[in-house]
Design a protein. Structure first.
Length: 291
């Protein structure tokens, strides 16, 4: 009982860890009496906090994306003036020739690509409003989603049923589009060509078996949580963006009025990150998309 009394009177990290361990010890578990035991408890707690934050971030992103789509469907029927792709737009949206040349060996293989992702701004164009200081869309390329969304299936920037990844608030987001589920993990500074289907970090992705419907597939993801909580990597719906870092992503999308899923599994690497958060991404398919 003394342990629980201390818990109520202190907020320090070390004693908090002792309090957590004390609860387990009171239930018959071994009391941690070595530095390694305390470190394991702290790592587990930090992992829980990170996963909780990732879940909250993803729910917020999905909610705001749905709100943006709702605004788009209720927008005035008068279309805004068509915008041309400017030199500045192209510079932001597409990789440079030097980047393509440096990755020529990778890009010569089938199922590979090089693309750019721009931070999501939430800018909505309303033709009824004229801003003399300039529109928020002036720097946003005239493509679906403003360059913040990308489909590895179609190799295009767009926000549609097949958008696999989005960039917002320095986070990669997956599974945010209606009728889709997704999973992503950061592998750290690992060469892209070293990631294969046999890589230990990729194996959890292969255990996910898409069901016939979206609801059943979501349940399968929930049942998979125990073996997705590996100590080496964090598997979730978001991942922090870091330069010279490699990721694995799986995205399963169900088209409306179709029971069959489109399934993609890719590895990608952030080769450049700009001051405004935009990134250059080199990617490769780990297996051919399934339809």
């Amino acid at each position: 009982m003394k342990v629980f009394k201390i818990c109520a009177q202190t907020s320090s990290l070390v004693l908090t860890l002792i309090c957590v361990a004390g609860g387990a010890w009171a239930q018959g578990a071994r009391f941690p009496n070595r530095p390694g035991d305390l470190e394991a408890i702290r790592t587990e707690r930090e992992g829980e906090i990170m996963r909780g934050q990732m879940a909250r971030d993803n729910e917020r992103f999905k909610r705001e994306s749905e709100q943006n789509r709702a605004r788009a469907t209720t927008a005035p029927t008068v279309a805004p003036p068509a915008r041309k792709m400017t030199a500045e737009h192209k510079q932001r949206l597409y990789p440079t020739d030097a980047e393509r040349a440096s990755l020529a060996a990778l890009l010569s293989e089938d199922g590979t690509g090089l693309m750019r992702l721009l931070p999501f701004t939430g800018c909505v164009i309303d033709p009824r409003i004229v801003n003399v200081a300039g529109s928020c869309a002036d720097r946003v390329p005239p493509v679906w989603g403003g360059g913040s969304f990308y489909s590895f299936r179609t190799r295009k920037h767009h926000l549609a049923a097949y958008a696999d990844i989005a960039l917002r608030d320095n986070l990669f987001n997956v599974g945010f589009v209606q009728h889709s589920v997704g999973l992503i993990a950061s592998l750290g500074d690992v060469p892209l060509d070293a990631v294969t289907l046999q890589s230990p970090a990729v194996r959890p992705f292969l255990k996910l078996v898409p069901a016939k419907t979206l609801a059943e597939t979501e349940q399968e993801f929930k049942r998979s949580r125990p073996w997705l909580e590996a100590p080496e990597h964090v598997y979730g719906a978001t991942a922090p963006v870091s330069e010279n870092t490699t990721y694995v992503l799986r995205s399963i999308a169900f088209e409306p009025n179709r029971d069959k899923a489109s399934d993609v599994l890719v590895a990608f690497r952030v080769t450049r990150k700009d001051a405004d958060g935009a990134v250059t991404v080199a990617w490769k398919q780990l297996q051919k998309p399934k339809n």
